[in-house]
Design a protein around this ligand. Structure first.
Ligand SMILES: O=C(O)CCC(=O)C(=O)O
Length: 200
């Protein structure tokens, strides 16, 4: 494992070896069954290219009226629990006792991307956001604490983890593109990103 610091983002390259990556995919299967992926709509009627679901007390949800954390799935059911193997990563990387309240699961198929944004719908920015990459390589772009200015990019690979805390917590970031089928972890290709968040 190598720890890189890119604009206050702690990037743990190779944090999870192949066995732990495969175990995480197994642990996520029941989550995807209980809370199937959706293609979120955005305010104004567009649609995100990323497909999403969540686990935990809160899920991140977006539709034509905007985005928010929701305690229920669109079906009215609760979100499934965050798998133990995912919680272990949060505890190991943050040293925190408190458990994250949301695990957002983003699935990037061929051509999917995520524009530069800040994560700022949470109540307390002193808690970091922890991100885990599984599957295809993705080009992660890091900007600044306000829109615009120079950006820096880094490729994230399967098994990498990123801790966005401190100055990085409100820094703009996004995914420009993935290298579809660069990994064999997911049988149909693509990339899963998990972000662990404290919401309240
Ligand atoms: O997919 C990633 O690595 C980043 C995801 C992200 O920025 C988010 O869910 O807010």
């Amino acid at each position: 494992m190598t720890l890189l610091r890119v604009r206050d983002f702690d990037v743990y390259k190779g944090f999870l070896g192949p066995d732990r990556q495969a175990a995480l995919i197994d642990a996520l299967r029941p989550v995807l069954k209980a809370a199937p992926l959706i293609s979120p709509k955005v305010r104004g009627g567009g649609q995100m290219s990323v497909r999403m679901t969540s686990a935990g007390q809160f899920g991140w949800y977006s539709d034509a009226s905007g985005y928010r954390y929701a305690e229920q799935q669109p079906s009215g059911r609760k979100w499934p629990d965050i798998p133990e193997a995912v919680l272990e990563i949060w505890h190991a990387l943050t040293g925190l006792e408190r458990e994250p309240e949301c695990c957002l699961l983003n699935y990037y198929g061929e051509g999917a991307r995520m524009g530069l944004h800040q994560d700022k719908d949470e109540a307390d920015f002193s808690y970091p956001v922890v991100s885990i990459s599984l599957g295809d390589d993705a080009l992660f772009r890091i900007g600044n604490r306000s829109r615009g200015g120079k950006t820096e990019s880094i490729w994230l690979s399967s098994g990498d983890a990123v801790v966005m805390g401190g100055e990085a917590r409100l820094t703009y970031h996004g995914i420009d593109r993935i290298r579809f089928k660069s990994s064999r972890l997911l049988p149909k290709g693509g990339r899963i990103n998990l972000t662990l968040r404290m919401v309240t």
